[in-house]
Structure formats: C-alpha cells, structure tokens
Design a protein around this ligand. Structure first.
Ligand code: C2O
Ligand code: CU
Ligand code: CU
Length: 571
C-alpha cells in the first residue's frame, strides 16, 4: 500500500515535470516607436531563447528583433539607423513604397560604426510591413541572428472600420521564424536543419488574449520555411489583409499558407471562449512536396537537400503559439465587419509590357536543391541593372518556375495584383495587394503593377527569391525606374519634395531634401483658376503656405531640377 502510494507520487512528479519541461513562455511583444523622428540602433547582444543559456544575437535597440514602427499614411518620417553590429549591413522597408535611395537595398550599405538617414513621406496603405537587413550575401545571417521588425501603417480608410487596433491589447504582431542551434545553443546560418520554431523570438510561446475579436498580424520571417497556418480544432478565422493592406472583405478560412516574406492579418472571434486555449499551428503535413517545409523539399522524393531531413517540423503539424483566452476588455470589438476597403486592381489591358522571368536551378537534375538558383539564367551582379523601367509604366510580370522547389518571389517599390496561376484566377486570399508570391515548381504566375512616383537612374530596386539562402546565393535581380526615358529632365516632372500635411486644414509645408531649390509655387483650383503664385529666392528649401481655401487644389512647384505637381486636400 505504501509502495503503491510512492509510485503514484513518482508518476505525478514525472507528469508535472514533463509539463514543466514544455514550459510556456510569454510571447515577446516588441516595443513601439512612432512620431516623425525615429532612431534605430543595430547592435549585438545576448538573448536567452532557453532560460539560463546565453545565445549571441543581433537586434535593433535591444538584443533581439526590433521595435515596431507605428506610422501614419501621409506623415513625414526621418530615421537614423546607427550600425553597431561590427559588420556592414543595410535596412530595407519591405513592402513600403519609397524612393530607391530610401529603400535600403544592397547598394545603400551602412558601414560598421556608420549611420544612415532615410527620410520619406509614408505613402502606403494601412497594413503590416516589416524591416530587415539586405546586404548581398549577408541578409540571411543578419536576419537569422535577430534583426527584423514590424512597420504598421495606419490610414484614415482603416480608421473608419470597427477593427481591433490596440497594439498589444487586441492587435498583436506575430513573426514566425525557425532557427538552427548548435549544442550550446548558438545560431547556425545558413542551415537547412531549422528545427526550432518560434513566435516573436519566443519558443513555446503563449499569449493571454481577451474573449473578443482579436487581430493577429502574421509575418513569415523565416529564412526558408513555408507555413500552412491554422487554428487547433479547425477553428475558422477571418483574413482581412494581405501583404499590402486590407482586402475588399474578410475571408473566412481554416488554413492560410504563408511563404517567407509574406504577411496576413487575421481576426479571431473568441467571444465565448473565456477560460479556453487555442493554438496557432502549422499544418505542414498538408504541404505538397516541392515546398520547403513539406516532407520532401523537392517535387521528386529522390531529391535530397543537405541537412533537411530528419527534422520534426518537416511534413508534420506543430504548434506555434498558444492563445489563452481571458476576460473581455472594456470596449471590445465583438464582431467582424462584412466589408473592408475598395481595391483597384489594374486591368490587364492597361499593361505596357509583359516581362518573362524564369527561375531555374544552376544545375539541372536530382542534385539541384543543393545548388544555387538563377533568374533568367543569371546570378545577381551588383553592377548590372537587369531592367530599366519607364516611370509610370504598367507592367505584367510572368514568373515561370523551372526548378523542383517553390520560390517566394518578392519585388521592391511596388505592390502588385496576382492575375493568375497557370491561367487560373487566384483564390480570394490572393486577390489583394501583394509583394511576395510563392511560385510552385513548373507553375507560371502572372502579376500586374505600376511603377509610379519614384525614379532614379543610378540606384536600383531589387526583385528576388525571399528564401534568404537563395537570395544570398544570387537569386536576385535589379531594376531602375527611369524618368529620363523620353522626357527632358530640366523641365520634367519630379517627385522629391514633401508637401505636408495633406490633407490639411489650410497650412502646408513644402520641404526639399536640401539639394533641390524651390523657385516658384502656383496653386490652382480644380477648374484651373490660379489663386496663389509666389516666387522664392536662394536656398529655398522649406516653404510654408497658409490660409488655403477649403476644397481640392493643385499645387505646382517649380524647382531648379524640374516641376512637381501635387493634389492638395484642404478641409
Ligand atoms: Cu524582404 Cu528584398 O526583401
Ligand atoms: Cu522588400
Ligand atoms: Cu528560391
């Protein structure tokens, strides 16, 4: 009798221990930065992914990941990026529409100890964007060691909707990543053995959330792995945004595939779930072979990728984040809107050109997954601009994957609309604005976009595979957007002055970057009446205009290098 008691005790102890060893850790919620001036310090650090064990990491203003930037469409932002990681790097604003000089691609590097000062007007629609390093051949290392963060843009269109938007209360950023650790828990890069799954750099993460409608901003920030997301119990959720912002209407789903670089915002209705828990999972058992994350990464099971198998994550279902439902907050959002925003996809008939872009392995055959991959038969060359695109060109890009693994294709500068996959219109979740699209083996994906606002003949934008191993190995190309194709630059249209705020209540500032001189300003009504005209002298880099009448106006600014025209809204 006594002996039996002891065995029960031991069993209880072991049971409790097995629970403890799978201890849950609170999800890290990155701090936020907002306002017009933002400082980001890239730094080395140590972080305890496992309690009591120090792992060498990199982060922004901290040891791991970086602050979430909260921006508002139309605002001017001045950023200082200080590079203290003892390696050259860059910071790229993934998904954001900024000039090439502000984009943070491989040409805009920051040397160790150096600083970079991007400054731009936020032109993006409300949505979930992100930042990460982008130095050629070093992107994977700097991202895997920890540098990545969210950029959440808000706008007046989104603000009118009844959506959860209290950061860290009912609106949460979740970056999903995998890592490979050595036996003493140091990060290995590059690696095809990424077996540790984490959400916001937290292993076995849990998040306490209120029993109401909550919003998750999901980002696949992993180097290679595709996730097939869903909730435990096949609970449905509503997708409300893709890479470039809100969809036309929420889409009820039980599964959502996210490839590296892709984002999605989802709403989960937890109204009657107080006291229960629900898991965000990846149902990787449902991934088809030929996708990194499936049982086999190539379309043929005889194709081996060094280090890939065995791995408990490949082809099996696993938890990413436990959601623990608590009491409802005051003023909760309790319902899901029936519609969101009006999207304006570009009609294919408007296209000026179709560019054919093919992906292929450097070496065909059974060993191809261990080699590098090519775009249009070549590898990235910093000194070659692959395409020069006329400013305002509307283009169809037709992506054809002639390799045995799926590649997430990403393009800078623009958001695009997917026209079709193998000639078939995409599912609703892919009908919104996108900047990454997963192209499966032997598939052809076409998208349409327009290259507006920014031209720069010397600094190009990138397009590449967002599997960071592939990108670093040269699966990347570059394009310059040119305004000098066919127009006289001296009298040409420019777009480098900031006119803000817009909309305004009647006072606006015109600011140049210091190199452009504002010489003359004319303001017209929509019916062409000139209501204000003023010339300026020397060093006119900032002008203030007051007492504008309410309504829609056009401002025409003449500078030493060209003319900028902007529509002004005064209310
Ligand atoms: Cu997310 Cu060119 O990158
Ligand atoms: Cu990007
Ligand atoms: Cu790839």
């Amino acid at each position: 009798m006594i002996k039996l008691f002891k065995i029960t005790q031991i069993a209880l102890f072991l049971f409790a221990f097995s629970f403890m060893s799978k201890a849950q850790n609170p999800l890290l919620i990155p701090d936020t930065l907002s306002g017009n001036n933002i400082t980001m310090n890239l730094q080395n650090g140590t972080y305890q992914f496992y309690s009591g064990v120090n792992t060498s990491t990199m982060g922004v203003n901290g040891a791991i990941l970086g602050p979430t930037l909260l921006l508002t469409k139309g605002q001017q932002i001045n950023i200082t990026v200080n590079n203290n990681i003892a390696d050259t790097t860059t910071i790229h604003w993934h998904g954001m529409h900024v000039s090439a000089a502000n984009d943070g691609g491989p040409h805009t590097f920051i040397v160790p100890g150096g600083s970079w000062h991007p400054a731009f007007k936020v032109r993006d629609k409300a949505g979930t964007y992100w930042y990460h390093p982008h130095l050629h051949r070093k992107t994977n290392e700097h991202v895997s060691k920890g540098i990545a963060g969210f950029v959440l843009v808000r706008d007046s269109e989104e603000a009118t909707l009844n959506l959860p938007r209290k950061y860290g209360v009912d609106d949460f950023p979740v970056v999903i990543q995998t890592k490979t650790f050595t036996s003493n828990k140091q990060i290995v890069v590059p690696s095809n053995s990424d077996s540790i799954i984490m959400a916001n750099a937290t292993i076995d993460a849990y998040l306490n959330i209120p029993a109401q409608v909550i919003r998750l901003r999901l980002l696949n920030g992993s180097s290679q792995r595709v996730f097939r997301l869903g909730l435990s119990g096949n609970t449905s959720f509503s997708m409300i945004a893709s890479d470039g912002g809100l969809l036309a209407a929420p889409i009820s789903l039980t599964r959502l595939q996210l490839a590296p670089g892709e984002r999605a915002e989802i709403l989960i209705d937890l109204n009657n779930m107080q006291g229960q828990s629900i898991y965000l999972k990846s149902f990787a058992s449902e991934l088809a072979n030929g996708i990194y994350g499936a049982t086999y990464p190539g379309t043929m099971t005889s194709m081996v990728l060094n280090g890939y198998n065995p791995n408990p994550l490949n082809g099996s279902d696993f938890n990413i984040l436990k959601l623990v439902v608590q009491a409802q907050n005051s003023n909760p959002v309790t319902s899901i809107p029936s519609s969101l925003v009006t999207l304006n996809p570009i009609p294919p008939a408007n296209s000026n050109i179709t560019r054919n872009v093919t992906f292929s392995p450097a070496q065909m055959g059974i060993n191809q997954l261990n080699g590098h991959f090519l775009i249009n038969g070549t590898s990235f060359d910093m000194n070659v601009i692959n395409y020069t695109i006329p400013l305002n060109n509307v283009e169809i890009w037709s992506l054809k994957n002639n390799s045995a693994i799926a590649h997430p294709f990403h393009i800078h500068d623009v958001q695009f609309y997917i026209l079709d996959r193998n000639g078939v219109a995409p599912p609703p979740e892919e009908q919104g604005r996108k900047d990454v699209v997963l192209v499966k083996s032997q598939e052809t994906v076409r998208f349409i976009t327009v290259f507006e606002d920014f031209a720069d003949d010397s600094i190009p934008y990138m397009y590449h595979c967002h599997m960071l191993t592939h990108e670093d190995q040269g699966m990347m190309g570059q394009f310059a957007v040119s305004s000098t194709v066919g127009i006289n630059t001296a009298s040409g249209q420019i777009n480098i002055l900031n006119v803000y705020p817009n909309p305004s209540t009647g006072s606006v500032d015109i600011k140049s970057d210091g190199n452009v001189e504002i010489q003359h300003v004319d303001i017209y009504t929509t019916d062409g009446r000139l209501i204000r005209s003023k010339g300026y002298k020397n060093n006119a880099i900032l002008q203030h205009i007051d007492n504008l009448p309410k309504g829609v106006l056009f401002i025409r600014i003449t500078t030493n290098i060209g003319i900028q025209t902007e529509k002004l809204v005064v209310y």
